[in-house]
Design a protein around this ligand. Sequence first.
Ligand code: HEM
Ligand SMILES: *[C@@H]1O[C@H](CO)[C@@H](O)[C@H](O)[C@H]1NC(C)=O
Length: 507
Amino acid sequence: MIFDALNELVVDISPLVVVTATVGLLVFMGFLTFKSVSSDNVLSGVPELKGVPVLGAVPMYLKYGMPQLVSKLITIGNDGISYANVVTNVLVSVHDPAMVREVLAYPEEIASREGDSGYMSWSPFWTLRRLIGNSLFNYVGPETNYRRNAFIREFNSTKSNSEKFDTITKLARAHTNALTGEGSTAEVDNIRYSADIFAIALWGEILYGNPNNHVGGHVLSLSDTIIHLAGNPWSSIWYFFQLLLKLVTPGESTRSEAKIRARLAKVVERNMEKLEEYEHNNPDAPLKIIRRLSVMTGGGRTGPLSKFASEFTNLNLFGGHHSIGLNVAWSLIDLDKHPRCLAKLTAEINSVDTTHFTNVNSNMPYLDAVIMESNRLHPTVHATLRVINRETTLASSGRPIVLKPGMLVYLSFLHLHTSPTLWGPDAGEFIPERFLSGNKKHQPFMPFGYGPRSCVGYKISILAIKVYLITLLKTYKVDVKDHGHKTKVGTLLQTMKPVSVKVSRRS
Ligand code: HEM
Ligand SMILES: *[C@@H]1O[C@H](CO)[C@@H](O)[C@H](O)[C@H]1NC(C)=O
């Protein structure tokens, strides 16, 4: 309680002052003993970003955020690696493509998103778990592939996506039509949220038979809250203090985190009521997807969900909406700036029958290229990280660089996608043609991650983004009002301002 209040109080005060004072106080109280971390033997020969004594880069981290701290690290690490001390811990930026692939390919014994369980970790994934519970994100262990495969069969296979196509199309029509209602034009405050709401409705429908899951905005605000807190350094800092004061045991949610979990449980409960209603009224209909995932993993055809499926109900409220909404928003922004590309895309949309799954899925190369290029410049998941669990030597670094347990390795997809060194002088320009067959090169491109823990929702996300964009552009002329949208690198890669558009119905 006291920490919640304190949290609210201090956001306006300079973080540096607060942290220095608090850490000073704790040292005084004898809670913390600092090992002196001599940079010479941490990562020899690797450029170091010098911070302040004791706290290292903490003030920078708190003042500007992790992404900005890492972008500083990238600037000084010409060889693709650099680091900064963060109190007794070390933050490493790995931003050379081969090294990034190596780190992402590490087995979980060497590196994982949270680090070894039970230890204090300032990985945002640790915060995420306290907010949504266990999910495939934190899962490590022998069942990992079994769980991944259940997702992949349901969300990353052409066959299962073809079965969802009609529902996706129906909802995209309903949601785009609703933008103007009876009228022929409308001002949309933020097209990102309109697409998010479409995605929420879509998940509600296919998982539970509840297309009204978006109504009231509860899910939207809840997922906003979770995303914000998961990427916020203060979540880790308060947690750290609560641990020190033994107010929580490692991994347990704080009171304010528990409140969010309770909100989440309410949404899930409502969805489960809808599911039971649906199953009661349609006893012979095909199973809804959450039920299918449950049955696939040992659950019954009625009654409570399997452990795996109920973990997905929570994960779904955090992932799968905003990344779809942001993808739609960035594509519209990029197309607005490049009328030539918009014209080419419109020609393609008008030349194929977009009511057929196969056409949308595999016969729209320019639409694919636009979405890929938009994901290159604006990867909504702009970075990830791994905690080192076991000492290892980076083989692709050319000279021995030893990564030690506890180090936090940050991997910036945004950098890999936009570096002129890697992509050439036109790296910053929107040129969808790079992704047309024949032009494909070997530059690093990983908007859905890489390796054994890459995204399991890739194909369904791309399909939903495509169908929404097609439907929107077929129904309306879309004018993006602000032509100068800038990126805001938060937990996700967002826009600095809402993406307001004017939509005018085509006759
Ligand atoms: C445009 C939409 C999406 C983007 C850009 C995206 C991106 C990513 C990325 C980059 C990763 C890897 C992160 C890492 O290496 O640490 C990832 C992992 C993951 N994504 Fe997605 N994602 C999207 C949609 C979805 C959807 C719709 C689902 C749900 C079906 C989903 C579920 C997951 C899960 C469960 C993982 C962790 C997999 C594992 O650890 O084995 N994602 N996503
Ligand atoms: C999902 O499908 C895409 C496209 O076929 C593929 O490149 C990707 O590796 C698949 N992801 C997983 C996790 O299977």
